[in-house]
Ligand binder design. Structure first.
Ligand code: ADP
Length: 466
């Protein structure tokens, strides 16, 4: 590719906080790119602020989460700091097409797919439609349109035809919110009302749709990476079946106990879908798997929390790849280093454990306060991506309760599980409650060790709580 079409990035702002902001700053640092942090009043002592070359306070006088959602204010900071590009991380504005567009308008590169792709993928109904167009199987379901009465009538019709259980899902949802399982028709009305109001307040849209609720499924997702020249590859799959309330707790790459034929078919479907969407940068296509069948559920047009396990087994730094792609490099340029799909063969296994400040014995109630003692794991094959993991750190009640991601990597799945257990045992965290003992119980469980978990494994395995 001609050098002239490259637009180097000198300075990046991360429109996020905590561990993902630090992850982005580290990637930039290694590329010689200057970094800019933003922080809320609540985060004035937070570690991510100090890991950047410059830091600016945002959202003064607003609620803590709003600080990271103020599009115009963040862009003003970006312009003032003279950045070329913004990395949105995950959550907050990362899947907000208006933000991607606003960046484009103000001449700042949005490190992610185009705003058009962000918009399509932000709508699960549109994404499923795209999947159908390219022959990728989706979970049977129906769209629900119109006012409350019409929505209810359409939902009843679907229920009568297909039977239960069904799942009400928010069209613009994420993080497992705006979802309701309905087993009996009489519960439809209340479930629709509560899903719609939750979706409205969480995502600014009350649009919902219905899917058959699949009882015993695995969550398998495919990491995608595309450049701005139409080249696109997959970086194989992850198994994210260990979930609580439809939110991931442990992720594994590659998926253990999944036939090569099924893996191949799922990865192939993901690539077809992404090509059709005109995908670039990093993204994920998510599927549910039941026996030999797989069903597309959604695409995430951003970096995911669990991108780390893919990095460990492929050797590709996904954040640096995103930056290089935004600069205009093709996948096969030495700066990205992916000469072909075939060059991406996963080696070994990686398991990511999300250590949270939650109390498993009290329905995973988030805990906050001051860390009074901190000893972290280290050693061969252990990677920690976190923030505020030190004595005297203040853990805020206002943000996500994830404290540190422990990533264990070994040549075999069994080895990675043993390493993960060893790492968990090395941790000592005092002052706030954590889910460390709970994670150890999951890793010790025979079903986990055989790669036989499914999305309701935690809910249906009470012994994990002892
Ligand atoms: P979100 O965007 O909120 O994360 P997803 O559509 O990605 O929502 O689904 C999250 C999780 O919810 C899945 O991993 C799975 O556990 C569960 N889920 C979603 N759709 C279905 C379905 N049709 N049947 C059973 N479980 C589902």
């Amino acid at each position: 590719m001609a050098q002239t079409s490259l637009r180097p990035i000198q300075k990046v702002l991360c429109a996020n906080r905590g561990e993902i902001a630090i992850r982005v700053f580290r990637a930039c640092n290694e590329l010689g790119i200057r970094t800019v942090a933003i922080y809320s009043d609540e985060d004035r002592t937070h570690e991510h602020r100090h890991k950047a070359d410059e830091a600016y306070r945002v959202g003064h006088g607003k609620r803590p989460v709003e600080a990271y959602l103020g599009i115009e204010e963040i862009l003003d900071v970006a312009v003032r700091a003279g950045v070329d590009a913004i990395h949105p991380g995950y959550g907050f504005l990362s899947e907000n097409a208006l933000f991607a567009e606003a960046c484009e308008r103000r001449g700042i590169r949005f490190i992610g797919p185009s705003s058009a792709v962000v918009r399509t993928m932000g709508d699960k109904v549109a994404a499923k439609q795209l999947a159908k167009q390219v022959g990728v199987p989706t979970v049977p379901g129906t769209t629900l349109e119109g006012d409350d009465t019409r929505v209810l009538a359409q939902a009843r019709e679907f229920f009568a035809e297909h039977g239960g259980p069904v799942l009400v899902k928010a069209a613009h949802g994420g993080g497992g919110r705006g979802m309701r399982v309905v087993r009996e028709e009489k519960d439809l009305e209340a479930a629709l009302a509560s899903a719609r109001s939750e979706a409205q307040s969480a995502f600014g849209s009350s649009a919902v749709f219905l899917e058959k609720f699949l009882e015993k499924v695995r969550h398998i997702e495919v990491q995608l990476l595309g450049d701005l020249h139409g080249n696109l590859v997959h970086l194989h799959e992850r198994d994210c079946s260990v979930q609580r309330r439809h939110q991931k707790v442990i992720e594994i790459a590659p998926a253990p106990n999944l036939s090569p034929a099924l893996k191949h078919a799922i990865c192939d479907a993901a690539v077809r879908l992404a090509r059709e969407a005109g995908y670039s940068s990093a993204g994920t296509a998510e599927f549910l798997v039941s026996d030999d069948h797989f069903y597309f559920i959604e695409c995430n047009a951003r970096l995911q929390v669990e991108h780390t396990v893919t990095e460990q087994v492929t050797g590709v730094d996904l954040v640096q790849s995103q930056i290089r792609i935004a600069e205009g490099y093709a996948l096969n340029a030495p700066e990205v280093g992916i000469p072909s799909q075939e060059s991406l063969q996963p080696r070994g296994y990686a398991v990511q454990l999300r250590v949270t400040t939650e109390d498993p014995s009290n329905n995973f109630m988030p805990d906050a306060g001051i860390i009074t003692a901190w000893r972290a794991a280290t050693g061969f094959g252990i990677r920690l991506d976190g923030s505020n993991g030190y004595t005297n750190a203040h853990i805020s009640p206002y943000y996500d309760s994830m404290l540190v991601k422990v990533i264990a990597y070994a040549p075999t799945f069994q080895g990675a599980v043993m390493k993960g257990q060893r790492a968990l045992r090395e941790f000592r965290i005092r002052g706030v409650k954590t889910n460390l003992p709970f994670l150890e119980n999951v890793l010790r469980h025979p079903a986990f060790q055989k790669g036989e978990t499914y999305t309701r494994f935690i809910d249906e395995t009470p012994e994990l709580f002892h």
